[in-house]
Structure formats: structure tokens, C-alpha cells
Design a protein around this ligand. Structure first.
Ligand code: GCO
Ligand code: MG
Length: 403
């Protein structure tokens, strides 16, 4: 019987921090899993090194479900982003190993392709409406069928989703958290103008998306959803904080703008009510922060019963290993909706060589065995971990707010 012989954690910072778990079997097969939790990377690294790896050695790597249950139930302390990211890394690495041993790309083990490719959305942003629309036009020229629009808000010095470098937005930008200033009134005035200008310039043959990033109350979100209805957005994301899932009832009652949520969810329990009451249209949980491919499939299967489709988180703080995992999942899952795609930098792509490709607005995980992605450890070792925090938000009068 093949056993897990060795496992180690690689921390690297090719422009931003990534944590990777490598598992090696007694047969010499190697699997990789992403364990990156933006701004809290070392907590997951320690959880893996100090508490998970000792339990893995000697186990049968093919018993993916049993190992998942062992790590989830066996910890006694359930859920939470640190635990679930660590479990996810193990799960991804084991699926990678299983694919390699089977001689198949992972999507074949998940039931095979349900579609030719996976529609992705790119991020258009700019400090003004005109700049954002110009960036969106570029994405359209590059073949994107779906584009997220984020623009600077007049009167605010900086806003979520707007970068200095248009293509590479990395909000975890400082050794200690940067403080941003937020005004809901200014923001709410600006978004409908952005969508009006975008529809004018881009026409109707492209999907438009927007991320509110948890900044509205339910009634404010209801109003924004209504204001955007004439422009038919594909979705309004993270309209309100979802700690209280019931908040979405109020938003839902007032607008037909589709709702997406879940990038910070780490288990099915974060979304149960949202899904079963059909309060959302897209669930954004993704492999790395929601317990791996094993748990993500469970969330998607539950969502499918209630007409909720998937829309996996795919920001650049998720490593190319997560991107590969998401693409295999997306290609196979029946209720796929869309996949977020922010390009990684060349430095990151070099550390994580991968088989996935982009063409005509869609991505494909490729035909390499397993996940089809690896970590170049020698190169990774050249980029030392650098502490970096996400920003925090304060209202104009200094009150702490959601970022
Ligand atoms: C998105 C997300 C990201 C997050 C980031 C935090 O929709 O892509 O909101 O931009 O802010 O992943 O780590
Ligand atoms: Mg988001």
C-alpha cells in the first residue's frame, strides 16, 4: 500500500505571499495544495506544520474523504478560515496525487467535462468612470465575455478594487494595515453612473459585474440593486456582510439584480440559509478557503437543488494551485455559473508552472495529470515571506467600518 511519506510547507513571496503544502507518497508521487489566507498566512502554515502534518504521515493518500473527515471532525474545533484552509490544502494535494496515479486530469475524476470551457470575468478598474470604461473596452477586445467594473468614488481618496497598476491589484499592500476612508453616500451616488457609461460604451453583449465588498446595509443594498436593474448586471457581489444570513431576505425582496456572496465563507454552514431560501443566485466559496475540492463539491451539490450557481472566488491572493483546482471543479460541476480570473504576475506564474489556459473569454484546466500545476521550490526559495496586511476602513468621522 502506498502511504504518505513526507509533507512540507513552502512559503514564498513572488510579489505577494503564498503558502503551499507538498505531500509525497512512498511511491514517489507528489501532490500540491494551496493554503494561502491573505494577511494571516503564517497561522495556516503553523496549523499545517505543527498540527496536521504529524497526523498525515503513514496514511493511505487515496482515502481522501476519510482524511477530510479525520481533520474536520477529529480536530474537535470545527470550521473557521485557518482550519478550513489547512484542510483544503491537504485535500487539494490528495486529489492531485489521485489524478496522477490514475493517469487523468482531475476534472475527469470529478465526472468529466460538462462544458468546453469555463467563462471567466476580468477586472476592469480606474480612478474615474472614463478610465474604468476604457479598461473594460480593453478586456472586451481581449475576448472577455464578462467584466467586473470598479471605479474610484468622487470625494474618496481610495476605494476597494481600484489599483495603481490596472492589471495587478494587490490590496494587501503594507507592513501594517493601511487606513482607508469610506462614505456610503458618495459610493451610492457613483455606481449607477458607472454602469450607465459602461452600457453605453460596451453595449449589451457582455456581462457586467460589480463587487460592493460588504459595505452596505440591507436597505442600502436593496436601493443599489434597484438602481442597477436597468443595466442588467450579471451580479452584485457581497452587497452586505453575510454574518447574518437573514440580512439577504430584505435585499432579495426589493431587487431583481442577481446576488453573489461567499468568498469568505469556509463551510456549507455559512451558506445554508442563503441557499435553501434562494436568497442568492451565485455562491462564491472556493476550494482553498472552504475545505478543498471535497467540501466545495458538497456546497455546489446542495446549491444545485435551489438553482444557485457557482461563481468561485479567484483573486490573486489565491495561488495558481487554487486557480487550477477551481478550473477542474468548474469544468465538471453541473451548476457552474462563472469563474473570477485575475491574472497573476509573471513572477508568480514562474514559481507555479501550470497547464491551464485562457482563450476567447474562457479558461480550461488543461490535460496534465492531477491538478496540472506545481511549485518550483528552488525559485520559491528566492522570495522570502514579507508581512502584508489588507487595509482597514473608517467612516469619514473615524468610526471603524468593514473593508
Ligand atoms: C474579489 C475579492 C478580493 C478580496 C481579496 C482579499 O472579489 O476578488 O473581493 O479582491 O478583497 O481576495 O484577500
Ligand atoms: Mg469580492
Amino acid at each position: 500500500m502506498s502511504t504518505i511519506e513526507r509533507a512540507r510547507v513552502v512559503i514564498t513571496c513572488p510579489g505577494r505571499n503564498f503558502v503551499t503544502l507538498i505531500i509525497e507518497t512512498s511511491d514517489g508521487v507528489r501532490g500540491v495544495g494551496d493554503a494561502t489566507l491573505n494577511g494571516r498566512e503564517l497561522a495556516v502554515a503553523s496549523y499545517l506544520q505543527d498540527h496536521v502534518i504529524p497526523c498525515l504521515i503513514g496514511r493511505d493518500p487515496h482515502r481522501i474523504e476519510d482524511i477530510w473527515q479525520f481533520l474536520y471532525r477529529g480536530a474537535y474545533w470545527r470550521r473557521g478560515p485557518v482550519t478550513m484552509s489547512a484542510i483544503a490544502a491537504v485535500d487539494m494535494a490528495l486529489w492531485d496525487i489521485k489524478g496522477k496515479v490514475a493517469g487523468l486530469p482531475l476534472y475527469q475524476l470529478l465526472g468529466g467535462a460538462s462544458r468546453q470551457g469555463v467563462m471567466v470575468y476580468g477586472h476592469a478598474n480606474g480612478s474615474t468612470v472614463a478610465e474604468t470604461v476604457e479598461a473594460a473596452l480593453e478586456y472586451k477586445t481581449q475576448g472577455y465575455k464578462a467584466i467586473r467594473l470598479q471605479s474610484g468614488v468622487p470625494g474618496l481618496a481610495s476605494t476597494y478594487g481600484v489599483s495603481k497598476d490596472r492589471y495587478f491589484y494587490e490590496p494587501a499592500d503594507a507592513d501594517l494595515p493601511t487606513e482607508n476612508v469610506w462614505s456610503t453616500e458618495k459610493y451610492l451616488r457613483s455606481v449607477p453612473d458607472l454602469f450607465a457609461a459602461a452600457r453605453d460604451a460596451l453595449s449589451w453583449d457582455v456581462h457586467l459585474l460589480h463587487d460592493v465588498h460588504h459595505r452596505l446595509t440591507p436597505i442600502e443594498a436593496a436601493r443599489l440593486g434597484k438602481d442597477l436593474e436597468p443595466y442588467r448586471p450579471f451580479w452584485m457581489e457581497d452587497a452586505v456582510v453575510a454574518d447574518n444570513q437573514e440580512s439577504f431576505r430584505l435585499v432579495r425582496q426589493h431587487t431583481t439584480t442577481p446576488l453573489a456572496v461567499g468568498e469568505i465563507f469556509n463551510s456549507i454552514w455559512d451558506a445554508k440559509l442563503l441557499i435553501q431560501e434562494q436568497l442568492i443566485d451565485y455562491i462564491r466559496a472556493t476550494a482553498v478557503h472552504a475545505g478543498g475540492i471535497t467540501h466545495l463539491r458538497r456546497i455546489a451539490a446542495f446549491a444545485d437543488m435551489f438553482n444557485v450557481r457557482t461563481g468561485c472566488h479567484g483573486a490573486t491572493d489565491l495561488s495558481p494551485i487554487s486557480m487550477a483546482a477551481a478550473l477542474h471543479f468548474d469544468l465538471s460541476v453541473p451548476n457552474f455559473g462563472i469563474q473570477e480570473y485575475m491574472r497573476h504576475t509573471e513572477e508568480t506564474d514562474a514559481v507555479f508552472p501550470h497547464a491551464y489556459t485562457f482563450a476567447n473569454g474562457a479558461m480550461h484546466p488543461g490535460e496534465a495529470l492531477g491538478l496540472g500545476v506545481d511549485v518550483n521550490e528552488e525559485l520559491a526559495a528566492r522570495y522570502e515571506y514579507k508581512r502584508a496586511y489588507l487595509p482597514v476602513n473608517r467612516l469619514e468621522d473615524g468610526t471603524m467600518y468593514n473593508w
